[in-house]
Design a binder for this molecule. Structure first.
Ligand SMILES: [Zn+2]
Length: 307
């Protein structure tokens, strides 16, 4: 059995300033928490390398990319992204996060199965600006690379984070070979929604039944489309303890969601998953939910490789 690779780097945490509102410790804590899966041989944690500038340009305007890299974004653009005050490590952090996602894509293209990045799912990033903790859109970059570099013909982007994948929807709007599906809180950020190929807006307080019902409907759409690769934004901010979620899904409901997605895969379709949001206070609930996600992915990956 080939272990499921997960890309990670300490800059995922260290590249965000200690005083930022964002719960930066989630990466470090999850890395530690996943020791048990590493010990069983189910996953392998690999160092992510920074992406090159040219790869970013598949989904982003050159001007935006260059201004970000040279530290010359305007203060309003920086505020829109959040995560300030920025540190010297913020640019390399951003490049490593995209690098991890692209390496996961290359891996599943070569070997099949499931691979993940222990960060990212930066779905609020648009072609020429970032927002909501997202600088570059790793989902859109991977979807376009999957088509243009790796020859995939049918690509599905499934976004189950509580916030709509507005940047992904906008960047990929005219791409016929790529479908975007977003299940999200209708009253939550971003307040001006984009139009995905399929949107499932849910009211505040939806709970397990309504959320899982929408997940099942979204999977039926994926099934009908019959993709040759699935990109899964697996945010856990629908969780009832989440400070930004408002969907009130239980921890068990989130586990059922993960199983629905991974058991839906037919043991042939490659899948890469992106961590997405999670803002529980205390952070323990978010770490638990991410641990459940990586565990479900790793177990599913093992059944791929054995069949
Ligand atoms: Zn979110």
């Amino acid at each position: 059995m080939r272990p499921m690779p997960v890309w990670y780097h300490e800059t995922y945490t260290e590249g965000i300033d200690r005083s930022a509102r964002f719960p930066r410790d989630r990466y470090r804590l999850l890395r530690k928490r996943l020791n048990h899966l590493e010990g069983t041989g189910l996953i392998q944690i690999l160092n992510s390398e920074p992406i090159d500038k040219a790869t970013l340009l598949v989904a982003h305007d050159r001007d935006y990319v260059e201004r970000f890299l040279s530290g010359s974004l305007e203060s309003g653009e920086i505020r829109r992204i959040g995560l300030e005050p920025w540190t010297d490590a913020f640019v390399p952090r951003t490049m490593r996060i995209v690098g991890g996602a692209v390496e996961a894509l290359t891996h599943v293209t070569r070997y099949g199965g499931i691979a993940g990045n222990m960060a990212g799912g930066t779905h609020h990033s648009h072609r020429s600006f970032g927002s909501g903790y997202c600088v570059f859109n790793d989902l859109a970059i991977c979807a376009l690379l999957a088509r243009d570099k790796h020859g995939y013909e049918r690509i599905a982007v499934l976004d189950l984070d509580v916030h709509q994948g507005d940047g992904t929807a906008t960047i990929l709007r005219d791409e016929k070979s790529i479908i975007t599906i977003s299940v999200h809180g209708e009253k939550n950020f971003p307040f001006k929604k984009a139009v995905s190929d399929y949107d499932f807006p849910l009211p505040n307080g939806t709970g397990d039944e309504g959320y899982l019902g929408a997940v099942k409907e979204s999977l039926a759409i994926v099934e009908a489309f019959s993709p040759d690769i699935l990109l899964f934004q697996a945010g856990v901010d629908a969780l009832e303890f989440d400070a930004l979620g408002n969907l009130e899904v239980s921890k068990n409901g989130m586990k059922i969601r993960n199983d629905l997605v991974f058991s839906f895969l037919d043991r042939r379709t490659p899948c890469i998953f992106f961590m997405g949001g999670g803002y529980s206070d205390p952070i323990k609930h978010t770490i638990d939910a991410f641990n459940d996600l990586f565990e479900a992915a790793a177990e599913s990956n093992a059944s791929y490789c054995n069949s």
